[in-house]
Design a protein around this ligand. Sequence first.
Ligand SMILES: [Zn+2]
Length: 306
Amino acid sequence: MSRFAWSTVCVLVAVGLILALVENVSYQACLLAGLGACYVALLAAGSLVPRLDFYLHAVRRGPADHPWVALTFDDGPNPATTPLLLELLQRERIPAAFFFVGEAARRYPDLVARAAADGHLIGNHSDRHGYGWAVSSAEQIFAEFAAASRTLAGILGQPPRFVRTPAGVSSPHLADALQRLQLRNVAWDVRGLEGVYRDPERIAAWVARRGRNGSIILLHELYYGVCHFKPGQVLATAQLTIERLRSRGFHFVRLDRLLEQPDHAAVSSDRNTSLETGALLVEKGAGQAMGYCDVATIASRAGRAG
Ligand SMILES: [Zn+2]
């Protein structure tokens, strides 16, 4: 039972008690109005704050056993930024995750294909990156995310397994839609706040300070529909974030591998059955190809970064 369902039951019980126990009509009206306002505020907070897990659970970080973090980028593909990021990630030998918007993917399918060919994970970031779906019907919500999955499947040959809703927005019908599409809902525990800080140095410092073992790092290709964050800033932010996190001893692991480590998968009820036993896709040193490493080898090399 979700927190939304529990809250609704509690509110209905409270309404019943007010009606049964409060005889003064004006007191009764005040209490009901106050309760209604609190309930509406709770619904809004549940929709806008992923960490509340109000309507459904969103994964925010992986296991904290090793100093591994996953780098993720939202809002592409975009010809001004995606190629820059792909070149950077290839240079740095880092496997990342791109949460692509369906309608942008239809415009730039080559960028989607290139990102996947480079070894990055491709996720669903809705079809139009709007927010109206959050207050629409179950079928409209399903259609919004189904269209993006269909587009990505048409380009990649298989549908995405992970979804991140725009800004992490949620709604009462979202869980059903994602279940039907077999999409796992992923949020983040550290985000760049590019729209607030603007300066790549400050953004990278902010992210590096908050990074922990298992962190899912959210950076943006562009703030969707907002042009104040330039491609050069996107690239510099990613580069500096990588440097800062590495200087703290973190290694970059692809999102799906971070979440599906064998020790974590053993206690995870929704692990993916395609997990390669004992192998993780991780970054490797300069001059080496990105690839699969033995978990024990990585773990023995890696100290705990906190
Ligand atoms: Zn977005």
